[in-house]
Design a protein around this ligand. Sequence first.
Ligand SMILES: NC(=O)c1ccc[n+]([C@@H]2O[C@H](COP(=O)([O-])OP(=O)(O)OC[C@H]3O[C@@H](n4cnc5c(N)ncnc54)[C@H](OP(=O)(O)O)[C@@H]3O)[C@@H](O)[C@H]2O)c1
Length: 325
Amino acid sequence: MPVMPLATRGISTSRLILGCMPFGGSWDGAPITPEHVRKAEQAIDAALSIGISMFDHADIYTMGKSEMIFGSILKRRPGLRERIVVQSKCGIRVGEGAVPTRFDFSKAHILAAVDGILKRLAIDYLDILLLHRPDPLVEPDEVAEAFGILKNSGKVRHFGVSNMSPGQIRYLQRALPDPLMVNQLEMSLAHLDWVDQGIHVNQKAGAAVNFAEGLMEYAQTETMQLQAWGPLAQGRFSGRALADQPTNVQQTAALVQQLAAMKETTPEAIVLGWLMRHPALIQPVIGTMHAERIVACQDAERQAQAMTREEWYTLYVSARGKNMP
Ligand SMILES: NC(=O)c1ccc[n+]([C@@H]2O[C@H](COP(=O)([O-])OP(=O)(O)OC[C@H]3O[C@@H](n4cnc5c(N)ncnc54)[C@H](OP(=O)(O)O)[C@@H]3O)[C@@H](O)[C@H]2O)c1
C-alpha cells in the first residue's frame, strides 16, 4: 500500500487531521466560555474515537483563543500530548477586526510567534510549524536562522509551509538544512483549481484557473505532504442547505448522496475519499466541530481505496460543471 509522505519522513500519524480553527468561536475579543471548551472537547473526543491523531492550529485562529482552549484540554489530559501530532502556523499579522494586515517571516516575528503558540497550547514543542502565507519580503537566510534556533532549542521538530507555489518553496528550501515537509492549500470538490490546472496546459480555458503550475507534481517528486484545507467544501455536498447554490453543486451533492447510499457509507466519506484518491495521498484538514460529522468522516480512507477511476471522474466533471477540454 502507498505510504503517505509524512510517514516516509518518520512522522507516523492519521490520514485525517482535525482543524481547530473554530474552537474559540468568534474572532472578536469576546472571552472564552465553558461552552467553547465543552464543544472543543467533544470534537477532540470524536476525532480520537475514529483514530484521528493530528490537530491543525494557527496562532491567529480566533485570535489565539483556539490554541488556548486546546491547551486547557491538554493540561487536563495527561499523556494525550505524546499520542498526537500538533501542528500550528505563524507568519500572518492581524489587526483591527481580525483582518490580516501583513505577512511577516522575519526572524523576530517567527521566534516570538512560536513562543506564543507553545504558551497557549501549554506544550513544550510543536511537531510541525507551517509558514501560513507567502511573505513577499521573505529572506530565506533569516528564516533559516529562526528555524535553526527553534529546532536546536527543541521547540519545533519539523517545518512546512501553506499556500505556497513550488517556486516559493524552492527559494526558501535552498537556505534550509532540513526538507520542508508540508504544503497546506485549499483543495476540495468545490475548489477544483488543483486539478483543473493540470488538465488545462496549453488551453485558453485554463486562463481563469488559479493554482501554481506543477505544484501537485512538485510535491510528489519531493515527497512533500500535501494537506487540504476546506476539504468538506463547508458541507456543500454532504447535507448543507443548497437553495442558494448553483446547479452543478446541487447535482454533485445528489451524486455524492447516491454513491454514499450505494456504498453504504456517508456523504462525508465520499467527499473526502474523492480528494484522498489522488496519488499525492493528500491529508484532509476537516473543519467541522460537530461530533457526528467528524465520526461521519471515518470511512473516508477506505472509500478512497475503493473509488474507481470512473467514479472519481464522474464526481470531478459534475463538480466542474463543464465538460473536459
Ligand atoms: N492554511 C490555511 O490558509 C487555512 C485556511 C483555512 C482553514 N485552514 C484549516 O483547515 C481547517 C478546515 O477548514 P474549513 O473549516 O474551511 O473546512 P471544511 O471542513 O470544508 O468546512 C467545515 C465547515 O463546514 C461546516 N459544515 C460541514 N458539513 C456541514 C453540513 N453538512 N451542514 C452544515 N455545515 C457543515 C462546518 O460546520 P459544523 O462545525 O457545524 O459542522 C464548518 O463550519 C480549519 O479548521 C483550519 O485548521 C487552513
